[in-house]
Design a protein around this ligand. Structure first.
Ligand code: HPA
Ligand code: ZN
Length: 334
């Protein structure tokens, strides 16, 4: 089997995808019309032309604008269902999905509307597609600590449907330390924790995510390579990094895919995984990410296998479930 056939058939988990970032222009138009909301684009082509980013912020401005058309529970259902259909195509059998409640509650959409729509799609994905999932609620780091505490409070009645909390949005200038107390409370309430760190921000932010937020995984983390001591810690602790290659390319974190460090990180022994981040905006879902790095970096079948196994090991599913999925991966190589 060549690498590209393997990428198609190998089971994988996705651990870093923002549901608002899976919003395809076609669905955006449909929901905008349904809710009678004006969007500043005349066509799908015009939307796609706006997806020309030069850094994280230039993307976030457009990403938040797109999310404005989401109002009803059905909108959140349709958004998540469309993503699960992509998972089925890519043989993503488990996904841990970020959502940004503040993007919606700040516009007057109830927390319950968001979570109920997403949860119903997750239930249907399991029943109809056999895809398991978890939801991870992210705090927007450009907003205040108070706003994050308020969001955590709103999540408590839905605790059984939310496995963890995360931290996203504009990284530089909003270090993990800003949310140390919120994360401590979230942990005390039983949530697992992750945080975006070291995407555009410096290695110091990764140290803070580890030491102050006590995260279970680092989202992105590609800048860890600049700090040898940090690299050693990540390796020693088998700390997962949820790396998003096409995102890094689109947001100019790397100039060219041939310069991406994911293969080097893997070879040095860091527990890296491959993910799509905001696939509708960055030009591809899970398999497109695998294909892009395989083409640019000449990944071997063995490395693709390790990345797939890493994705299950780094996930928040039970040990038994991990074993079942990893056995499925190993069976491909019998
Ligand atoms: N980084 C930070 N915040 C985000 C991202 C990202 O890649 N995607 C959606 N929100
Ligand atoms: Zn992200």
């Amino acid at each position: 089997m060549n690498q590209f056939d393997l990428i198609r058939v190998i089971p994988k988990a996705e651990l870093h995808v923002h549901i608002e970032g899976t919003f395809e222009p076609e669905l955006m138009f449909k929901i905008a019309q349904r809710n009678q909301i004006e969007i500043p684009y005349k066509s799908v082509d015009e939307i796609k032309q706006a997806y020309n980013f030069h850094n994280l912020q230039s993307f976030l401005d457009i990403y938040y604008a797109g999310a404005n058309v989401l109002i009803q529970e059905q909108d959140f259902y349709d958004l998540a269902w469309a993503y699960f259909e992509k998972c089925a195509e890519d043989n993503v059998v488990h996904s841990e999905i970020f959502f940004d409640p503040q993007t919606h509650t700040d516009r007057g959409v109830a927390f319950d509307t968001v979570i109920l729509g997403l949860k119903r799609a997750c239930d249907d994905a399991l029943e109809k597609l056999g895809i398991s999932s978890h939801l991870i609620m992210c705090f927007l780091r450009h907003l205040s600590e108070d706003s994050a505490f308020e969001t955590l409070k709103q999540a408590l009645p839905h605790k059984e449907h939310i496995i963890g909390v995360g931290l996203d949005s504009s990284e530089v200038g909003h270090p993990p330390a800003k949310f140390e107390r919120v994360f401590a409370q979230a942990k005390a309430e039983g949530f697992l924790t992750v945080a975006h760190a070291g995407e555009e921000g410096p290695p110091e932010y990764i140290w803070e995510a580890l030491d102050l937020l006590q995260v279970n995984r680092i989202d992105h983390g590609v800048r860890s390579e600049e700090d040898a001591q940090l690299m050693q810690r990540l390796i020693n602790e088998k700390m997962p990094l949820t790396v998003c290659p096409l995102s890094n390319l689109k947001l100019c974190v790397v100039e060219d895919m041939s310069q991406h460090n994911i293969r080097r990180l893997l070879q040095k022994g860091v527990h890296v995984t491959v993910n799509s981040d905001d696939p509708s905006y960055f030009g591809g879902y899970m398999n497109d990410n695998f294909i892009a790095i395989t083409q640019a970096l000449n990944l071997t079948n063995d490395e693709i296998k390790t990345l797939a196994i890493n994705s299950f090991e780094a996930s928040f599913i039970s040990t038994e479930q991990k074993k079942l999925y990893i056995d499925q991966v190993n069976n491909l190589f019998q």
